[in-house]
Write a protein that binds this ligand. Structure first.
Ligand code: PLP
Length: 476
């Protein structure tokens, strides 16, 4: 094989070939870029020839040129493809952090497109023809939905926590219960963010129990804040005690200079507990109890874009808006549009709330899922004889570190293929299909939970399963 190396055409000759120059035009690249791509491909082939492991066509032949061309076309297609891809989430985990958390509602999406494609009054007062503030757009809606005096939005809830500590408790003491010093998804720790902000953490109580007197004893002249953190992603059970929000409000009220801040984490605007789903506090109830300031995520239970929403007393929000960091942490117009669209859905009442995918998926009942799952199985087995599919009762997770103890009763599809392992099938669905489909594997069966799948996506999944089976059976 080694001697064939010299039959590989030189790069400049390949570049002149009409097929390659057409590719250059199709992708709008210049000859230097094309030459780099060709050099890379050719050097790999040369290496394989020299090592005796080249399995392709013989250099010098027409089929070899054709192979080279196909390889180049493939490399270009790869290089010019989006790396963020739409994915079908068949895991049933609604706020799947790795798959982008919340899906946006139609209204939110329409509003984003309008705002992104056109000029807008982002920072412009139309009535006066003067410069305005981007903060005004969602503030009224947040006030209406939470009952707060004022509100603002930053990049995410981590940014909100940081801004609040930095702007309102810099070099002052912040009292937090040891049971609430949480770490959230990867790199966000309350204790670290506190240190980063320049506020001084004063830990009180123990991991499982903190009493009101622990807080009372910790108050000093340097106390700027009492902070309550919603333990979103874990639950302490057994011999436990935490202090009620109302008691902490009373304590903070006895000291006019102390701010009471509650990091709500998810921040539900809708009361899921009325459907026996979790015990997530509704933001307006927390505000009603007299908390000075709260913050929560836009893309967790709320079901909107990534954002950190801060709501509370006007004097405090004004201070935050004026802080230099507000500019550093500010959100883009697309985020504001997506958030405004989502919040408007909430303000329009029950039916509109159901158009928010996160809410709809959370409220989907086992009965609905049973019907959809049975239909899915019928259609799949009618179109392909390569699978055994059965429906089983199971539970779906909320995800995103939210409601860790909630198990949503569901019905899922268990699939076994005649021609391949569950592992291979799951791999094919992720890598061979557009859009990629992500399911779960359990005991050599592929598990698909339709809770997080739309009706349109069901069709795509059936199509994918049928064609993968056809492809694999051919290979056998
Ligand atoms: C999720 C969460 C955060 C971080 O919110 P992001 O919007 O992901 O930045 C902060 N605090 C709590 C309690 C959380 O649950």
């Amino acid at each position: 094989m080694k001697e064939f190396v010299r039959y590989i055409p030189p790069i400049h000759e390949l570049q002149r070939d009409a097929r390659f120059s057409t590719l250059t035009q199709t992708y709008g690249i210049d000859t230097t870029e094309m030459s780099t791509i060709l050099k890379n491909i050719v050097s790999t082939i040369r290496e394989q020839l020299l090592n005796g492991c080249w399995e392709g066509e013989t250099p010098g032949s027409q089929p070899f040129l054709e192979e080279l061309f196909q390889q180049t076309e493939y490399e270009l297609a790869q290089a010019y493809q989006y790396t963020i891809k739409r994915v079908i989430n068949a895991t049933g985990t609604i706020l799947h952090t790795n798959l982008g958390r919340a899906r946006l509602s139609q209204n939110a999406m329409d509003h984003v497109i309008q705002t992104a494609q056109n000029y807008s009054n982002l920072e412009y007062k139309l009535a006066e023809g003067e410069r305005g503030s981007r903060h005004v757009h969602v503030e009224e809606l947040i006030k209406r939905l939470t009952g707060a005096e004022a509100a603002m939005v930053v990049n995410n809830n981590a940014a909100a926590v940081y801004l609040i500590l930095r702007a309102l408790a810099f070099q002052k003491e912040v009292i937090v219960s040891r049971g609430q010093l949480v770490e959230i998804g990867g790199s966000f720790r309350i204790s670290s963010i506190m240190e980063e902000s320049g506020a001084k953490l004063v830990e009180v109580g123990t991991t499982n129990k903190t009493h009101l007197y622990d807080f009372e004893h910790a108050v000093t002249e340097d106390t700027a804040m009492i902070m309550k953190v919603h333990t979103s992603n874990f639950k302490v059970i057994g011999f436990t005690k935490s202090v009620e929000t109302s008691d902490l409000v009373d304590l903070a009220n006895q000291h006019p200079s102390i701010i009471f801040y509650e990091d709500l984490g998810s921040g539900a605007l809708y009361d899921f507990s009325q459907h026996e789903i979790g015990e997530e506090p509704v933001v307006s109830d927390v505000i009603k109890q007299g908390v000075d300031i709260v913050s929560f995520s836009g893309d967790k239970l709320l079901g909107g874009p990534q954002a950190g929403i801060i709501a509370g007393k006007k004097v405090l929000i004004d201070q935050l808006k004026k802080h230099q960091l507000a500019r550093v942490l500010r959100v883009d117009k697309m985020t504001l549009a997506a958030l405004e669209g989502t919040l408007l859905d909430y303000s329009k009442g029950k039916d509109a709330i159901q158009t928010i995918p996160v809410v709809r998926d959370l409220l989907a009942t086992k009965k609905e899922l049973q019907i959809r799952t049975d239909q899915f199985i019928d259609r799949l087995t009618q179109q392909s004889s390569g699978y055994t599919a059965t429906s089983r009762e199971a539970t779906s997770q909320v995800g995103g570190g939210t409601m860790p103890d909630v198990e949503l009763p569901t019905v899922i599809v268990h699939i076994k293929s005649e021609s391949m392992s569950a592992e291979t099938l799951a791999n094919c669905l992720r890598t061979e299909n557009t859009p990629p489909i992500v399911g779960r594997i359990q005991k050599d069966e592929l598990l698909l939970d339709l809770r997080t799948v739309t009706v349109e996506e069901e069709d795509m999944m059936i199509h994918a399963l049928v064609s993968i089976d056809r492809m694999m059976s051919k290979k056998l």
